[in-house]
Write a new protein. Structure first.
Lengths: 854, 257
């Protein structure tokens, strides 16, 4: 039997090609993902750990925060931390076992390029202090050209940034922290192996005093790095430091911990990407299953006589099943091995692609872990063999007498009744769950949607054969009219074997369902956010930092003096504990409030803000049972409470916190509240002049963004678009597999219908007609799959937006008809492309050998 | 019978003609001469049977004259159109417009109804169906009640009648039938053969039929015998017995030589 299986694989090389390719692509995706993430992870850990080589213990100030954390609004207990200052540094230097202690100032600082725009991404634009030793050098930042900065007007810049901008020693460059920008002289260019800098970031070095003044406050450090004397262990030093400093005032980490943390962080970030990629690899493999099932079903139908003969000469049922499974196993092994090789190639390709896009990204040798090899091969084999299982079992049911019967290929069209019944139950249950979720509320609704969606998908797949006739009938008349006889024949051929059409189309249905659902959700969210932002603001401009950091306190005053500005208010964000719960509170200047913010009040007035009262939104009011005139107890700092009167209730507005207070009120309790936005209203609405005058007022800081409502919406929709594009790219893989499936089915159909095609040629259908017939069949199958997918995708997206609308008020389903039509057009194109080869083959077929009876 | 020969004699025209036709397969050791300098003509309104033992080249002759196969040398014409040297496209058009085909294995499209199968050549050509003619053809083949059936719902004999109707419906200059009764029981076969003969007598159709069955050949006006790629004999107004006699002589000759 094994020899039979092997011979069969060899004999049907051509027909198994698409199956093998499908398995190969899927497994290559898996292997590529694993190789890439392992390689990337190792390279990144290596480069990060290198930059911690001289750190034994790091003492960091919570208030300044680790750079990986965003210092947002702070809860009261975050405020009483000790700061690290010169005295601390001195104390720590004096500790036994300390070789060196370095006070580090490290915070956001942007550099403008020659055109005035920020160099690099805001999150990787950094400033630090230059700490010269006796010889004027800083071992951490070796100077390549020039010298280190000594005074307030001098800075040094990292080599990559200098190269990128074309700045040379002696140039005037503009740098900016959170406040106004300053023009300084570039006195040195240095090199560093800090991966955050080498991977495309900028680093500006200043002398310590200037760094403190610009980024922190005089005399203060963000962290102190201790290097142990030889013979002193990191943990011993840590204990010594802990004894010196109260443990809860600062955070202490050893160099090893930092390395471990980094490694873990890298692993986590790589893992997220890896999981996402594997999900898409899984989708490709899932699509591949349909192709494998199709191929084996068709092969068995074609080999019916052969298999019956085996049975007639004494092979048992189990042997027939086994022979088919062994065939599948062989294909699985061969294609996963090929997939593994291709995957290693993909991994290497992705690494060099990323490296070519960003030269600073760390690289390393390819990591091909044993688990990668094992996973890839096992996945490939299991998928192939499992997919062939049903066809194999069906093959064993062929009665021996089939070997004797003469005539045409059998049309084994088993009834679809049972299949349809099962499909209807599954799909019905799934749809019912989704509907219940869509019209339901709370966490249960989301769970119902999440469970219902896969059931609906599976149910619809089971029902696809049933759906093929009516859906194809929809487009059928058009085909006949436009394309004549070939069109009509194509339509009839497409529904000839509903099972085959269905499993071919299913591959596209999966892709289109996901693409459509994502697109519809994306456009719904974008549209809603647009409406929301547009509805919530009277202000013309919002000023913020490109990195989302805190704005300098002097900015509102500077902007207020700008030409054409009529109203300005910083937007303060504080966390207050209200009735025992931490609550975000938005603060605005009471006087400018009405000019800047648009809210609908159910009761009270915005004027109440001026009296030190607060406004709460309707949901908060209902939940906490407060109304205009109620008093709420607010814990503004530890042990300090204040009674505040509710001056009004407004309708929920997602761009504002549930509680709004006047900045004057907030200042009483929290003078240094976190401000990351400033709202500005101009006399004549948004205009280029107003924008320029705001920019001028803020010192033309490259980091400060002055955005209109529309700019913000555009920024947001760009994020959504980028995310969608990545998804499209990844789903493209599944579509390629689906194309292979269509090619496969068509090639097999052409082979099976050889005689018909020969007859059509004999009675006068020319080659073009034959080609057209095959192409149109392909288009019909593809568009059928796409139509079902689009329908399903829209339905799922509708349900999802309904469920999400509890989180995002006013979220409604918006179907981007243009995109949907584009998807259908692309599906038709997929059909045409997939038919290229089979159609050509069909048209080239020799008439005589085709019509010959065997 | 005399009417049909008279008809052919009367018009004196050949519906199809082969002159010095050669067909060679392969080269060197594998070289096989399928047709060896064959010259033959099929008169208009005549029912001709081509007979010969298997391997005699009778099917090849038909394929070459019907524009389904290319010839090595010589000339083949349908009406006054020379087939040799025509491009695939022109051949396809010629087959579509001037030739009808009946195959041994019926070769109907299972997805189309009987009527759709019958009108398929006209549909492909984009020609309008001649309704009265179609009705007449359908009635003659006795399919009136079954036009909406699909091939799978028809018996073998009925399927072959559909194939005949398809060949006739477009009023081709000539119909080539390749073993049309090969897959049928004798009663259905007799029906088809009578029907072909009637179409010649009553509708003036030209039919060329390849067969190895003497009984089938006896329905024809004339039998052409092929052996080893050469025309070796012909019989006018054959009967089953006379054909069988002639065939026996081939066999005897084959055994002695």
């Amino acid at each position: 039997m094994y020899r039979t299986a092997l011979r069969n694989v060899l004999a049907h090389k051509g027909r198994l090609l698409m199956t093998a390719l499908a398995v190969m692509l899927g497994t290559a995706f898996v292997a590529g993902t694993l190789v890439f993430s392992d390689t990337m992870g190792q390279a990144m850990s290596n480069s990060f750990s290198k930059s911690y080589s001289d750190v034994s213990v790091q003492v960091s100030d919570h208030r300044v925060g680790n750079l990986n954390h965003n210092d947002g609004a702070q809860t009261p207990d975050q405020k009483k931390r000790e700061t690290l200052n010169d005295a601390t540094l001195k104390d720590l230097t004096a500790l036994p076992g300390v070789e060196r202690a370095r006070g580090v100032v490290y915070a956001f600082t942007g550099v403008a390029d020659k055109k005035g725009n920020l160099v690099g991404e805001a999150w990787s634009a950094r400033g630090a202090n230059f700490v010269p030793d006796g010889s004027g050098q800083d071992p951490r930042y070796p100077i390549a050209q020039g010298r280190g900065p000594k005074t307030a007007g001098e800075v040094a810049l990292n080599q990559q940034a200098a190269d990128k901008t074309g700045y040379h020693v002696g140039d005037k460059i503009r740098v900016a922290g959170n406040g106004a920008a300053e023009d300084v002289t570039l006195v040195g260019v240095f090199t560093t192996d800090d991966p955050q800098v080498t991977s495309g970031g900028t680093l500006v070095l200043m002398d310590t005093a200037t760094a403190q003044q610009r980024m922190l406050e005089p005399g203060r450090y963000s962290s102190i790095v201790l290097t142990a004397k030889p013979g002193t262990s990191e943990s011993a030093l840590l204990d010594a430091v802990r004894a010196k400093l109260p443990a809860d005032s600062v955070s202490l980490e050893t160099g090893q911990q930092l390395k471990d943390d980094q490694a873990k962080m890298v692993a986590d970030s790589v893992k997220g990407t890896k999981t996402m990629l594997l999900v898409f690899a899984g989708i490709s493999l899932f699509v591949g299953i349909f192709i494998i099932v199709n191929t084996f079903t068709m092969l068995i139908a074609q080999r019916l006589k052969e298999l019956a003969l085996l049975r007639a000469v004494g092979a048992g049922r189990a042997q027939v099943t086994k022979s088919v499974l062994v065939e599948a196993l062989l294909i699985g092994v061969l294609s996963s091995a090929a997939g593994l090789l291709a995957g290693v190639g993909i991994g290497a390709g992705m690494q060099s692609l990323i490296h070519s896009m960003n030269e600073g990204m760390p690289t390393g040798s390819l990591v091909i872990a044993p688990v990668t090899v094992v996973t890839t091969v096992i996945v490939g084999i299991v998928v192939t063999v499992l997919s062939a299982l049903f066809p194999a079992i069906r093959a064993s049911r062929i009665p021996p007498v089939a070997a004797m019967s003469a005539g045409d290929l059998p049309s084994t069209q088993r009834g679809l009744v049972i299949r349809n019944a099962i499909g209807a139950v599954i799909a019905g249950g799934g749809i019912a769950l989704i509907l219940a979720g869509a019209f339901g509320k709370g966490a249960g609704a989301r769970a119902m949607l999440e469970i219902g969606a896969p059931f609906t998908l599976i149910g619809v797949f089971v029902l696809l054969p049933l759906l093929s006739r009516p859906v194809v009938a929809l487009v059928g008349p058009l085909l006949g009219k436009v394309f004549g006889t070939p069109g009509k024949l194509a339509r009839l051929n497409a529904v000839r074997n509903p099972r085959r059409t269905a499993s071919t189309a299913a591959a596209l249905t999966i892709g289109l369902t996901l693409v459509t659902a994502l697109t519809v959700i994306g456009s719904s969210v974008t549209t809603t956010v647009t409406k929301m932002v547009s509805g919530s603001m009277n202000a013309d401009y919002v000023v913020s930092m490109a990195n989302g950091h805190e704005l300098s306190r002097d900015l509102p005053g500077l902007i207020a003096k700008a030409n054409g500005v009529t109203a300005v208010s910083p937007v303060a964000n504080v966390m207050w504990t209200v009735d025992g719960e931490d609550r975000a509170v938005t603060g605005l200047d009471a006087a400018a409030f009405d000019q800047l913010v648009k809210i609908d009040l159910n009761s009270g007035s915005t004027g109440a803000l001026k009296q030190g009262q607060i406004l709460v939104n309707d949901e908060y009011a209902a939940k906490h049972n407060v109304a205009q005139g109620s008093t709420v107890k607010i814990e503004v700092a530890e042990g300090k409470t204040a009674d505040v009167t509710v001056g009004g209730v407004f309708q929920r507005n997602d761009s504002l916190s549930p509680i709004i207070a006047a900045n004057a009120l907030i200042d009483q309790y929290e003078p240094d509240a976190y401000v990351n936005e400033i709202m500005v209203k101009g006399a004549n609405g948004p205009s280029a002049e107003l924008k320029q005058s705001i920019k001028d007022a803020t010192g033309r800081n490259p980091v400060i963004e002055v955005l209109t409502e529309k700019d913000m919406v555009d920024q947001f929709s760009r994020i959504i678009t980028t995310a969608l594009n990545i998804m499209y790219g990844l789903l493209g893989m599944a579509v390629i597999v689906a194309v292979l499936g269509v090619i496969n089915t068509l090639a097999m159909s052409v082979f099976e219908r050889k005689r018909e095609i020969g007859m059509l040629r004999a009675i006068g259908l020319d080659r073009r007609g034959i080609k057209r017939m095959v192409r149109l069949e392909s288009v019909v199958i593809s568009v059928f799959g796409a139509l079902v997918g689009v329908g399903l995708g829209v339905f799922l997206a509708w349900a999802a937006t309904r469920v999400l609308s509890s989180d995002l008020k006013g979220l409604t389903t918006v179907i981007p008809y243009g995109s949907v039509l584009l998807f259908l057009a692309l599906a038709a194109l997929v059909g045409i492309v997939a038919a290229l080869w089979p159609a050509r083959r069909a048209s080239r077929m020799d008439i005589l050998s085709s019509i010959k009876t065997d | 019978m005399s009417t049909s020969t008279a008809y052919a004699a009367h018009t004196g025209l050949a519906a199809a003609r082969a002159t010095g036709l050669n067909k060679v397969y392969g080269e060197g050791d594998t070289r096989v001469v399928a047709l060896d300098n064959v010259s033959v003509s099929f008169g208009q309104g005549e029912f001709t049977a081509i007979m010969g033992p298997s391997g005699s080249g009778k099917s090849t002759l038909m394929h070459c004259m019907a524009g389904l196969d290319t010839v090595s040398s010589g000339s083949a014409t349908i009406g006054d159109t020379e087939l040799v040297g025509l491009k695939d496209k022109q051949l396809t058009k010629l087959r579509r417009d001037k030739i009808g085909f009946i195959f041994q294995a019926f070769n109907l499209l299972p997805t189309l109804t009987a009527l759709e199968n019958i009108t398929l050549p006209m549909d492909i050509a984009g020609r309008k169906v001649d309704k009265p003619w179609l009705d007449r053809v359908v009635e003659t083949v006795g399919l009136s009640g079954r036009l909406s059936h699909r091939p799978a719902q028809l018996s073998g004999g009925q399927q072959q009648r559909v194939a005949c109707a398809r060949a006739l419906a477009s009023k081709p200059e000539i119909i080539f039938a390749d073993e049309p009764t090969g897959n049928l029981d004798s009663r259905s076969g007799a029906e088809i053969l009578s029907f072909l003969r009637n179409s010649v007598r009553e509708l003036g159709q030209t039919v060329v039929m390849v067969t190895h069955d003497p009984v089938a050949a006896s329905y024809a006006d004339r039998v052409v015998f092929l052996a080893d790629g050469r025309i070796v004999d012909e019989l006018a107004n054959p009967t089953a017995d006379s054909v069988l006699d002639r065939m026996r002589r081939f066999d005897a000759k084959g055994r002695t030589s």
